[in-house]
Unconditional design. Sequence first.
Length: 246
Amino acid sequence: MIHELLADLRDESRVLDDLVAGADWSRPTPAPGWTIAHQVAHLRWTDRVAVLAARDPAAFAELLRTATPDLVDRGAAEPVTLADWRAGREELAGALTAVPPGTRVPWFGPPMSPTSMATARLMETWAHGQDVADALGAVREPTRRLRHVAHLAVRAFGFAFLVNGLPVPPEPVRVELTGPGGEPWAWGPEDAGDRITGPALDFCLLATRRRHRDDLAVTAVGPVATAWLPIAQAFAGPPGPGRESS
């Protein structure tokens, strides 16, 4: 499983790699204050921190203990080259592959299995890749790898409520998405009264805060689904402001 996920992470990284290879890294992206260079530097920094967590949990715990609120922004401001990012991606793959079976890797949120960590890195690569694509006016072809992003968002159902200061509803939600090739993807009990439906791409754009809900063809039925949709997120940490409606 970890090898399949790492292969998907490599493929997702190559898509972004192709976008940034010949781009002007000083170009601003939709993320306020972040250029393309910031996006790449952030991914490189997070890969490096993930390697630390996988190889030296005690050192990672010390990083958490001394972390300041601007930790992520400082990571994004570090100088980076394409070669740095490429090397870091391979270092991360090696570190996650070497984690003993059954071991969970510490992180900024709950500890994760190596497969979950690889999935999270893919999600973040895709999300920041969307920022770069938007900055360059490029349109990326949706792929089956979106299923990983959607899966994280579904699994983070309870977290989305907690991080917004809301109680976690006990009722389940059925999520039914249409994959890029027209294939159905579903999570949750079939008989759930609350449902979210729509294209997988739109749901992923929503859950990574790369598009406003009003600009997407995602619908909710039922009070719990209706409450979850505006706050759904596939990432750890605070929800952030998201994007304005076009």
